[in-house]
Design a protein around this ligand. Structure first.
Ligand SMILES: [Zn+2]
Length: 291
């Protein structure tokens, strides 16, 4: 988290006079109703994005509610796009603002692994979250819930002509698609395990969970030289641990209250760790991390 609290708080009816103060760079902003955050957002053009809320309020009912209910506005700068994304997600999870519908706290997640049955056909099985990340297991997901997982399997069945019985979404002897010639017959032994397994593995490839390949916690940083802001983020086994923010005058370490696995952070971190422009560095041992 950044070193400064949300600053420059002012009555919203004065917004036109002060929007000029907001730098048009990476950052996170909060609309408050008195002390309570009601909407949190991020942008790579902070000022422009905040102004757009007021402009859209003329035609959009949700934007109108946000800007009318807001009594205060706060903002803070971030050292880059990823820093802004991580900060936004962290703040939303902390405050659960009423107008942020998406990034909500995650209660339970589903992972899936493939296990061969007696005939050698790979069948999806559900696994719990924590185990999968620590094991050297090829898992798929995560999925927000059971329905999310079944939706994907149903899509794979129709898109790749896979067998619904083998994927566990139909519980009959032979699947419906076999009768209409859209399943190649794994359910009745016409398609071999080798062939169906191969097609299933390739259909699922993009849903494979990213393995944590490092032996230690890792860090990466973003540096906004123009605004003299550097933010260094700490990660361990896809858990986001916190951030060190360094400005011209000081440096602060902000650690997450919980280091539980979180789906939104995982999806963000996965993207960041596959971005070659971002250098991943081993965390020096003298930095105390909450792990
Ligand atoms: Zn079938």
């Amino acid at each position: 988290m950044t070193t400064k609290k949300l600053k420059n708080i002012f009555p919203i009816d004065l917004y036109l006079k002060v929007l000029d103060e907001i730098p048009d760079t990476f950052g996170v902003y909060t609309f408050y109703h008195n002390e309570r955050p009601i909407y949190i957002g991020k942008s790579i053009h902070l000022r422009e994005r905040i102004i757009s809320h007021f402009q859209q309020a003329k035609t959009d009912a949700k934007e109108r509610k946000i800007t009318q209910q807001a009594t205060h506005l706060g903002w803070e700068l971030a050292a880059g796009e990823y820093s802004a994304l991580l900060r936004e997600s962290t703040l939303i999870k902390k405050h659960l603002p009423i107008f942020n519908r998406k990034l909500r706290r995650q209660k339970s997640l589903h992972f899936m692994v493939l296990e061969a049955d007696d005939m050698g056909y790979l069948r999806p099985k559900i696994k719990s979250t924590e185990r999968v990340f620590d094991a050297k297991l090829d898992g798929y997901g995560p999925f927000r819930n059971q329905r999310h997982r079944l939706n994907l399997l149903n899509q794979l069945v129709s898109k790749h002509q896979l067998c619904a019985v083998m994927l566990g979404v139909e519980h009959t002897k032979s699947c419906f698609n076999y009768q209409v010639k859209r399943c190649q017959g794994a359910c009745v032994g016409k398609e071999s395990a080798v062939s169906h397994n191969q097609r299933l593995l390739s259909a699922l490839e993009t849903y494979m969970q990213q393995k944590w390949v490092y032996q230690t916690p890792m860090m990466f940083y973003e540096h906004d030289k123009k605004n003299h802001l550097k933010q260094c983020h700490f990660v361990d086994r896809w858990r986001y641990l916190g951030v060190e923010t360094t400005t011209e005058t000081d440096s602060t370490l902000d650690m997450m209250p919980s280091t539980q696995f979180d789906l939104d952070h995982y999806l963000l971190l996965k993207k960041i760790f596959s971005d070659e422009k971002i250098k991943k560095i081993k965390v020096p041992e003298d930095i105390a991390l909450p792990i």
